[in-house]
Design a protein around this ligand. Structure first.
Ligand SMILES: NC(=O)c1ccc[n+]([C@@H]2O[C@H](COP(=O)([O-])OP(=O)(O)OC[C@H]3O[C@@H](n4cnc5c(N)ncnc54)[C@H](OP(=O)(O)O)[C@@H]3O)[C@@H](O)[C@H]2O)c1
Length: 293
């Protein structure tokens, strides 16, 4: 496992982080999966007050050292007092004295970002959190958030980024590189959608590239993100089998030529979009002949 610096800090985070949203109900399996990751050198776990997994994460990390825990405050809790209250609750749920990274979960234009960031800075000042991050912020929202800071930096922005969801490539990534802000890439498998029929063609092409490395499409997709500057993907796997497969993304490198090929792959140019379109037309034709109109 390799490590990347978080934003402009000296904090070293594993190049793969663990997500804990919508874990299956089998807590024993979930715990085994996370422990497998920790044993492989992963030092970074992400949760959120809204996920309902903070207590579980607290239980898994109890007694373990040198872990970096990230959690998030939900957008309706962005008033000054509410931020402080949410943080206190998360500290209690997690059973830790300091949160590594505290993130604003989604932007909320109804509450002044200045007020919210004043509370976040107070939490750093009081030692309850170590670093401030945001999540689901566009370039413009991130810019406003940076302008609202008076003492501390924003070190990360957690956004959806995967082979299908390329919006961050439009203007966000370049801006974050310039500002030295880490991109925590959530849903590296598009929330599991890449394993469904709709993306069979795209995944087939990635599988083919993966054959040169003896790796699966899932491992290629994680590795593709891990090799990108400033990007750390968050993988969620509810059981040890899935986690083991995902962790193997850390033990190889995709060469530059294949990175470029993967950069150029999208659902549209892999015919997934086309086959969906064809499927719709086919359905229409079948319906028409059945109803004879
Ligand atoms: N900030 C935000 O607003 C936000 C939003 C969404 C997610 N996130 C974070 O990002 C994390 C990851 O996102 P996500 O949960 O949407 O993840 P994802 O990695 O895109 O997809 C997870 C899905 O893929 C399945 N999976 C995982 N490994 C697999 C494997 N090797 N083979 C086959 N299937 C596999 C999982 O099944 P199993 O569970 O059965 O293993 C689950 O159904 C979340 O847990 C959360 O921490 C943040």
């Amino acid at each position: 496992m390799e490590y990347k610096l978080l934003g402009s800090t000296k904090e070293r985070l594993s190049e793969l982080g663990i997500g804990t949203w919508q874990l299956s109900r089998n807590r024993e399996e979930n715990e085994k999966a996370i422990n497998l990751a920790l044993d492989s050198g992963v030092n970074f776990i992400d949760t959120a007050e809204i996920y309902g997994t903070e207590n579980f994460v607290g239980k898994v990390i109890a007694g373990k050292r040198d872990l970096f825990i990230a959690t998030k405050v939900w957008a309706t809790h962005f008033r000054y007092e509410a931020v402080i209250k949410s943080c206190d609750k998360s500290l209690k749920n997690l059973g830790i004295r300091q949160i590594g990274l505290y993130q604003l979960h989604w932007p909320n234009s109804g509450i002044s970002i200045k007020e919210t960031m004043r509370a976040m800075e107070k939490l750093v000042y009081d030692g309850k959190i170590r670093y401030i991050g945001v999540s689901n912020f566009s370039k413009e929202e991130l810019k406003s958030a940076l302008e609202a800071m008076s003492k501390y930096d924003i070190v990360s922005n957690q956004v959806e980024y995967n082979i299908i969801q390329r919006v961050p490539e439009m203007n966000l990534i370049d801006y974050m590189k310039k500002e030295k802000i880490t991109l925590l890439a959530y849903s590296p498998f598009a929330h599991g959608a890449i394993f469904r029929k709709r993306y069979r063609k795209l995944v087939g092409r990635i599988d083919l590239i993966g054959k040169n490395y003896g790796k699966t499409a899932g491992q290629m997709l994680l590795r593709w993100l891990m090799q990108k500057d400033i990007v750390i993907p968050l993988t969620k796997a509810s059981n040890p089998q899935h986690m083991r497969e995902n962790l193997a993304a850390a033990d190889f490198n995709i060469n530059q030529k294949d990175m470029k090929i993967m950069d150029g792959l999208t659902p549209m140019n892999s015919n997934a979009g086309l086959s969906r379109f064809k499927g719709l037309i086919g359905g229409y034709v079948r319906l028409r002949s059945a109803l004879r109109f």
